[in-house]
Design a protein around this ligand. Structure first.
Ligand SMILES: [Zn+2]
Length: 275
């Protein structure tokens, strides 16, 4: 059983949700789904609705909640409320300030106590019409360097940087990945897993002294993320194909590939993959 940690709940059309589930089940995948409002121009399905829809597909869809990081202190009580509702992790994207701003640190402190993982968008974000109104997003606010303080301050928090910084910041992202024990990355977005060549990925994950990681343990810092959408479930097949192809060509041992494809996330979520 495999787990996709990065999928988007962008439609509440019951037929499309059913189709999404069928595609995932046909590939043997479960999906962690995030929706949420205020992404600039593209609102997705509200968190409460994501929870409701995921409940209809237990064991396949797992809800995450997207928490807004804006210019006022975030409501901390919502975090426990969401976890009590069944949310298995939190998604952050499109912040007003940089991710490691003082205003947001209590959010991460509370999430660490709640014991669930977090997914941060990092890197590329296409321009859209709302940019002139919010004067955002700000790519430097979503640079992987902003996860450094968070990972150090909250060592028990499992932090995943979506897209591993994209092509803008991928080299720096890979350095943070190696330095910070609780930092993980996905290669989500077809611009990442379809574009990366095995030798590029291998060079980014390899330690500065290659002999120190003959077993390729460094690859355990990757998790599967497809960046698929309810309206575009087919991406999971492509993600699985490219991830496996990349990792096989590099020669990553099978137990580590299994961790990347789902076991690591399953351990965070307390999912028994034999179920
Ligand atoms: Zn995404």
């Amino acid at each position: 059983m495999l787990i996709d940690f990065h999928a988007h709940f962008n439609s509440d059309d019951p037929a499309l949700i059913r189709k999404f589930v069928e595609v995932y089940e046909s590939h043997g995948f479960r999906a962690c789904m995030s929706g949420g409002l205020h992404y600039g121009e593209c609102d997705m399905v509200p968190n409460e609705k994501v929870v409701e829809y995921c409940r209809q597909y237990p064991g396949v869809l797992y809800p995450m909640a997207k928490i807004e990081l804006w210019n006022t202190p975030p409501d901390l009580s919502q975090l426990r409320r969401y976890v009590d509702m069944g949310v298995v992790g939190f998604k952050f994207i499109y912040p007003y300030y940089e991710y490691d701003h003082d205003l947001y640190m209590p959010v991460y402190e509370e999430v660490e106590k709640l014991g669930v993982p977090v997914l941060f968008h990092t890197g590329d974000y296409r321009p859209c019409t709302e940019d002139t109104i919010n004067r955002r997003p700000v790519l430097k606010n979503m640079h992987p360097i902003n996860l450094d303080r968070i990972c150090r301050a909250f060592p028990k928090l499992h932090v995943v940087m979506a897209h591993m910084g994209t092509r803008f910041f991928q080299d720096e992202a890979s350095q943070f990945l190696k330095m910070l024990p609780n930092l993980y990355a996905d290669l989500g977005g077809c611009g990442q897993y379809m574009r990366l060549q095995p030798d590029e990925l291998a060079a980014m994950i390899a330690p500065d002294l290659p002999d120190t990681d003959a077993g390729m343990e460094g690859f355990r810092k990757l998790v599967l993320g497809s960046d698929s959408y309810i309206t575009w479930p087919q991406l999971i097949g492509k993600a699985q194909h490219y991830y496996e192809e990349l990792l096989n060509r590099i020669g990553v041992p099978k137990p580590i590939v299994d961790d990347i494809m789902g076991k690591t996330v399953a351990s965070w979520l307390g999912i028994d993959l034999e179920d």
